[in-house]
Ligand binder design. Structure first.
Ligand code: ADP
Ligand code: MG
Length: 373
């Protein structure tokens, strides 16, 4: 199945003085859903560049429309055992956080609260439809990667160590050691945790005299479906685990042009490197290469990008204004290459905790003995 790379152009903000719109959504064929982004060349205004995507969402696109088109269809796959990875990529101020987290009003809610709402609803329905034989658990981890160090966002900033949390490899997977995980019963539970964690992020970056747009924020939702046998024994038949990850990436702007303090340069180097590795991974997957350089940055390593089975959606956020011209072009250059990523769609394996009772004793063995005799 091919990974989706889509672009979203945000509307003008009321406070914006620059009203010179230079980025537009277009269609390569008439009457189809827009799939190209058009932008003039900075050297020659008459020359218009077109960048192709799987889909392009214009200024008027609502949160609900984007979610329904790009994320909702994958919730079913998540319950079938596939992992989902959602990235928001782009320059600071283009709408990454708006797309992922969104506003407090119901209509403004972003992809993250919406996917959780769908997961809880589907989980409750599954338990009900199976008369309680399938248990659905949702657990949350939330961390940020700042200057290539991993910090837990579910813990208060005072508990941070300067070195961040260590990584370990096990069974070819990368784990963040000491990362907390919280069980979530419902959407209210989730929102309480999520709001507190985002507050931790702001507090921590203020202490460092930094800005939260300079770190990657990674939310991981672990879905565990436990199926029990229906013979009244309550024994566990199978456990199926899958994860949905939503990543609000650090701003992709060229920091060398805008900032020159030492701290900022260290940050920029870390951001540039991880975004570069991300684009390299995406490129390698797109070309169907065996070797994907996912180990070369912490973010891609933790996400096992291209190694995990499932669906990746990359959303490139764009501001339509001239003041973003060069940064917009460079982010288009990086992500339009990503549009043909292929990832094999393989379901996560069901882990058998205990053999189903019927299989152990009665049906199968008696079937064998009768055929043998
Ligand atoms: P980023 O996270 O990429 O730095 P933000 O998500 O903070 O950008 O967006 C910058 C500003 O633009 C915010 O005030 C946000 O509310 C607003 N904004 C972004 N996208 C939209 C949109 N699609 N509709 C309305 N306002 C938006
Ligand atoms: Mg942001």
């Amino acid at each position: 199945m091919s990974v989706r790379v889509v672009a979203r152009i945000r509307p003008l903000l009321p406070k914006e003085l620059d009203k010179d719109i230079i980025v537009r959504a277009g269609s390569s064929e008439d009457g189809t859903q827009p799939n190209v982004v058009k932008i003039p060349s900075p050297k020659n205004e008459a020359e218009i560049f077109s960048f192709a995507f799987n889909s392009v969402y214009g200024q008027e696109t609502t949160q609900e429309e984007l979610f329904n088109a790009e994320v909702a269809p994958h919730v079913k796959s998540l319950f079938q055992g596939l992992d989902i990875t959602l990235f928001a990529y782009g320059v600071t101020g283009t709408g990454k956080t708006h797309t992922m987290r969104g506003g407090m009003k119901l209509a403004d809610r972003g992809v993250i609260p919406r996917i959780l709402s769908h997961i809880f609803r589907r989980g409750k329905k599954l338990t009900k439809d199976t008369d309680g034989l399938v248990d659905v658990d949702v657990a949350l981890s939330y961390y940020e990667i700042y200057n290539d160090k991993v910090y837990d966002l579910l813990e208060p900033p005072e508990k941070r160590t300067p070195t961040g949390l260590p990584l370990r490899e096990k069974d070819n997977k990368t784990y963040v050691i000491g990362l907390s995980e919280r069980q979530c019963e419902d959407l209210r539970d989730f929102e309480r945790l999520y709001i507190a964690a985002n507050q931790n992020r702001v507090t921590a970056s203020t202490k460092l005299n930094a800005h939260s747009s300079r770190s990657h924020a990674i939310l991981r939702v672990k879905l565990t479906q436990t199926t029990r046998s229906d013979d009244g024994s309550g024994s566990v038949v199978s456990v199926l685990e899958s994860t949905a990850s939503a990543i609000d990436l650090a701003g992709s702007e060229d920091n060398r042009r805008t900032d020159n303090g030492r701290e900022r340069l260290v940050e920029s180097a870390a951001i540039n490197k991880s975004l570069f590795v991300l684009s390299q991974c995406v490129d390698a997957i797109a070309r169907g290469e065996r070797r994907i350089p996912y180990r070369e940055s912490k973010m891609t390593r933790i996400l096992s990008l291209g190694q995990n089975n499932g669906i990746t959606v990359m959303i490139l956020n764009l501001a339509p204004l001239r003041s973003y011209h060069l940064d917009t072009l460079s982010s288009l250059n990086v992500s339009s290459r990503a549009k043909r990523i292929e990832v094999r769609e393989i379901e996560n394996e069901v882990v058998y905790k205990q053999m189903p009772r019927t299989f152990n004793s009665t049906s199968s063995s008696s079937a064998f003995s009768s055929s043998a005799s």
